[in-house]
Design a protein around this ligand. Structure first.
Ligand code: SF4
Length: 72
């Protein structure tokens, strides 16, 4: 899932990808996972600074579980 950064919440630059039009998204690694995911705990390593879209995405919701199952 692409995570657009639509407001400044303080996401560290190393986790930001900028497209040719200046649009910002969370950087995804080669396997498609967000670069801010801790691979051991599956927790967000920038939780206090996560993008607004992540804040709106309800943890444990059906939508969340669907996305999690897609990447596993
Ligand atoms: S909650 Fe954190 S790890 Fe998950 S997509 Fe958002 S920034 Fe990435």
């Amino acid at each position: 899932m692409e995570v657009m950064i639509i407001s400044d919440t303080g996401v560290p630059d190393k986790h930001v990808s900028v497209d040719e039009w200046g649009g910002e998204t969370m950087l995804r690694l080669e396997d498609g996972w967000c670069s801010a995911v801790d691979r051991d705990t599956f927790r967000c390593t920038i939780y206090e600074n996560r993008p607004w879209i992540c804040r709106e995405f309800e943890m444990g919701s059906d939508e969340c579980k669907d996305e999690f199952n897609v990447i596993r």
